[in-house]
Design a protein around this ligand. Structure first.
Ligand code: DOR
Ligand code: ZN
Length: 416
């Protein structure tokens, strides 16, 4: 008996939409075919709605620990599920940071008991001597490495250590001397930062986080060596005028740029590898204070904002699936954990979408603990339903299940 048969889906398979049914067993897709049925099977009729592979957000800050007042694993991953994200890659700049195996293991166990979507955890880079133990605990990417916190020599030592392990270095590019001189962190800080990193002797995998200026995309893509990059929704949908309007709620690193830069990113949407949210929640109180901390929530609104662009004809559905699901899976090596689209043998990480259902985005209706969004009043197309490994985690506005797993613990192929 299967867990579930999805009837009458318009499923995104190999680059296009196909009318089909889908059989799910033990959390995996086992059959993709029309007219599936079974006497004892649980059927779910999707009535022709679109079925997409769940999104993989490779840059989220789930907080927890001493910052659980901003976000915790349950609220953060509920927000992910409600936004069609079925796997998140958590950043290690928590309080306390994830720089030892003990902290990693504690975080895995906390997340395993609270998360409703699957997750990976990146390793922090403050203690070189601990990189191996973090790797042995499942870490395959280190960072985001805040370039502006390190002198070039120590940055190089960190990268070499990561590459010795065969892991991925993920870099937040902003040049130290530049941001120390100018707290507004203009584009030149990021551009010079990217140039410095590209000029290092690179012999391993390098991924640039949240590139916010078109020149940065061009530098990375013409720099050779196969470096990859992500762009955030806030740099695609907001600009410096919004920063003036939003005050502290519009402050993040790297900051919002000019409208020309924003448009330049859209013009390069075919060169971008990944769209990732940099979900970085802070409280209303913090954002309204004199010195608001940088960061905006975004894991729940990323796919909905992008789906609206698909509906408006500004982006193909194929490109969207590449940007939020296929490329993240291939760059972060998630295929071996079953994250490989709507195919027989893949995890049934799926989202059901009605392209007619446009919704005004309201911060107080989102599932993040912070209850605000920089996209207040904008339009999104939110998923109707989200499944993680075949389980309905989110449906019609409510999180109704889910038991997120640390992906390395699921692996049959990759033992450490
Ligand atoms: O705006 C940001 N907030 N940028 C970062 O790189 C970190 C993040 C955070 O953790 O709040
Ligand atoms: Zn960052």
């Amino acid at each position: 008996m299967s867990d579930l048969i999805l009837k009458n889906a318009r499923a995104y398979i190999e680059g296009g939409l196909v009318d089909t049914d889908i059989r799910i067993e033990d959390g995996k897709i086992v059959e993709i075919k029309k007219d599936l049925h079974g006497e004892h099977d649980l059927l779910l009729d999707l009535k022709g709605l679109i079925l997409l592979p769940g999104a993989i957000d490779v840059h989220v800050h789930m907080r927890d620990g001493k910052e659980a007042y901003k976000e915790d694993w349950f609220t953060g991953t509920s927000s992910a599920a409600a936004g069609g994200v079925t796997t998140v890659v958590d950043q290690p700049n928590t309080d306390p940071p994830i720089i030892t195996r003990k902290r990693l293991d504690e975080r895995i166990s906390k997340a395993s008991s609270q998360a409703v979507v699957d997750f990976l955890i990146n390793g922090g880079v403050e203690k070189l001597e601990n990189f191996r133990e973090l790797y042995e605990g499942g870490v395959r990417a280190f960072g985001e490495i805040f370039q502006y916190r390190f002198e070039p020599d120590s940055l190089k030592a960190i990268l070499d250590k990561i590459w010795e392990l065969g892991a991925i270095a993920t870099i937040h590019p902003e040049k130290k001397r530049c941001v120390e001189k100018d707290p507004l962190r203009p584009p030149v800080c990021e551009i010079e930062g990217i140039k410095d990193v590209l000029s290092l002797n690179r012999w391993g995998r390098m991924h640039f986080c949240h590139v916010s200026v078109p020149q940065g995309v061009d530098l990375i893509k013409s720099g050779g060596g196969g470096a990859t990059l992500e762009v955030t929704p806030h740099h695609l949908f907001l600009c410096d005028k919004d920063r003036d309007r939003l005050g502290g709620y519009g402050w993040m690193n790297p900051p919002l740029r000019s409208d020309a830069d924003r448009k330049g990113l859209w013009e390069r949407v075919d060169s971008i590898d990944i769209i990732a949210s940099d979900h970085a929640p802070h409280t209303h109180g913090e954002k309204l204070g004199d010195d608001p901390p940088p960061g905006v929530p975004g894991v729940e609104t990323m796919v909905p904002l992008m789906l609206r662009e698909v509906k408006e004809g500004n982006l193909s559905l194929k490109r969207l699936v590449e940007l939020v699901s296929e490329r993240p899976a291939s760059i972060f090596g998630l295929g071996k954990y079953g994250k490989c689209g709507i195919n027989v043998g893949s995890d049934a990480d799926l989202i059901v979408v009605d392209m007619q259902e446009e919704k005004v985005i309201r911060g107080d209706e989102l599932h993040s603990k912070c209850r605000w969004t920089p996209y207040e009043g904008m339009i999104g197309i939110f998923p109707q339903m989200t499944l993680v490994r075949g389980e309905v985690v989110y449906e019609a506005g409510a999180v109704i299940g889910g038991s997120g797993r640390y992906l390395p613990s699921l692996s049959h192929f990759d033992r450490w």
